[in-house]
Ligand binder design. Sequence first.
Ligand SMILES: *Cc1c(COP(=O)(O)O)cnc(C)c1O
Length: 452
Amino acid sequence: MNELLRKIPKVDELLRSPALAPAIAQYGDRAVTEAIRAELEDLRREILSGQADAVPEELCAQIAHRALRDSLPSFRSVINGTGIILHTNLGRACLSEQAAQAVYEAARSYSNLEYDLQTGKRGSRYSHVEALLCRLTGAEGALVVNNNAAAVLLVLSALTQGGQVIVSRGELVEIGGSFRIPEIMESCGAQLKEVGATNKTHLSDYERAIGEGTRALMKVHTSNYRIIGFSETPALSELVALGHRHGLPVLEDLGSGSLLDLKQFGIHDEPTVQESVRAGVDVVSFSGDKLLGGPQAGIILGKKKYMDILKKHPLNRAMRVDKMTLAALEATLRSYDAGAADQIPVAAMLAAKPEALREKAECLAKLLAQAGVHCGIQPTEGRVGGGSVPNRSLPSYAVAFGGDVNALEEKLRSGVMPIVGRIHEGKYLLDVRTLMEKDFDTIADAVREALA
Ligand SMILES: *Cc1c(COP(=O)(O)O)cnc(C)c1O
């Protein structure tokens, strides 16, 4: 063992070796030195534990590979083969080309973010999207903050502080990360008044609970779960009529906030933003990066009277969105406005028909075959994800690999371009609904290498 340990090359020796010259040219002395130290440390440990009985011939290649991997940014692109469109851990919605381009331009130049080009005076950052949002939804006013959690916080803080808010017991949602409606309400200085039962809440339950201290009625879309069976809640328009009879605003946390009617994609119980506005809700908020398919943002729409209060509230300033978000959001909304929602990846992925997905899978399988990799094609079930549409799976197709699927999964996940798939019933699956055709060559190369 000592003899073997003595055979481990010295750091200086390796640094001078021609095999590492290209790596040094690309990543620099310091990075390659660190990679050498780390690889030698691993090798020493393997020798001491009896896992290695020689200095590997490919030591320099391993060092160069480590230097490459260490040079990659921590936060980077991955290929999503899970079939989950709004995968929160994978960054939810991918932006459209138009939105990505708008972010790029906003990032690298000055802009009229808060500058009115007509008057030469100070402008409002929200003006770039407010008119668009109002036109698309029929709302009187609009405001955008960092995410929908912030939007809910702002709405409750500004409009209900010190008073009571009436919410159905069936809608006391936790969205994850300890963001729960009851706790949020408390932190906003409002008192939650729960009414009804878990499965049924009647209009009369809300009506009976209205009292001196009531500041608002609130509706929360149960976006990440459904109560089915013997269940009932009043229609939004009935709630609005009740609130207005008592001079109270009706607030809604819509969660996902789709502008498209998802019935055309076979999803029947996801409300649209337009429906909420039409029902007369006073303030409604939703996410920018869920079903809307835009950047992370919290979009608030509502009656002018309430929007004016929200716009002036100090929390609004603390939650304000940056220029890149606004650029992406305006471009995304313009696609909807132009009737070109198919430019938005989330909408296109939702719309993809099983037949087209099978063809997409066949196309990928053919590329894989050309790379010398054999795979199967099998039907699979994807999801919308992001805490949206919990009760509906999306029929799709996947390319399927057998063999040591755990090793394959690990190799693909830890590659230079990480690929995230899933293991199901002993097969490694890449669901093509969330794969992009531009990545097919990369996928074929990565799988070939992983199996080699
Ligand atoms: C997702 C969701 C939120 C939070 O939205 P973010 O944009 O993720 O902050 C709030 N309420 C409901 C009902 C949701 O589904």
